[in-house]
Design a protein around this ligand. Sequence first.
Ligand code: HEC
Length: 166
Amino acid sequence: MRDATCLAVLILAAALTGCGPGKSDTGGAASTAASSTDASALDTPANRKLVEALGPAYAKADLANGQVHFALCRSCHTITKGGPNMTGPNLYGLFGRPSASVADYSYSEGMKGAHLVWGADTLNTWIKDPRAMVAGTKMSYPGMPDDKDRADLIAYLKVASSGGAN
Ligand code: HEC
């Protein structure tokens, strides 16, 4: 009886590890290269709709350029559903999400006290200069000064964090 239970647990564990990392594999240069080759595939009607919901400032956002700039974030963040926390928290479902709300991630005191809701406007301020927005944040990324690159990145974040790309 006990052996049978153990076996069942082992099979379950094998099944979980079998589908987990494979599905959420975003790591490495290979997958970045693979997704940028089909960058035009990002420009689907469904993805455009997601981006338009951000407001008129994003109507002409270049998703492929946003994806290229997300390479700067990928070393610390996954954005796919169920992706692991790395140096920074997983970003799936980011839009509309309160700051510091990934349960199994250990945020800085500064971020815990920030009480933001992530959306196009808050992300725009954050990505421009994280430390100016949240004093004491442990995100060491220095900021992205270029307005157009930031807008393109935010459009890409919207699509990718909604499961529309990786
Ligand atoms: C060097 C690693 C690093 C890089 C590069 C980086 N981040 Fe972060 N990020 C972090 C860390 C660490 C935190 C947690 C901050 C804290 O707790 O103060 C964070 C937090 C965040 C948050 C808040 C998430 C939440 O759950 O409240 C967002 C949004 C974010 N990063 C977006 C980005 C974007 C977009 C980029 C690329 C432009 C980026 N990060 C680049 C490490 C990084």
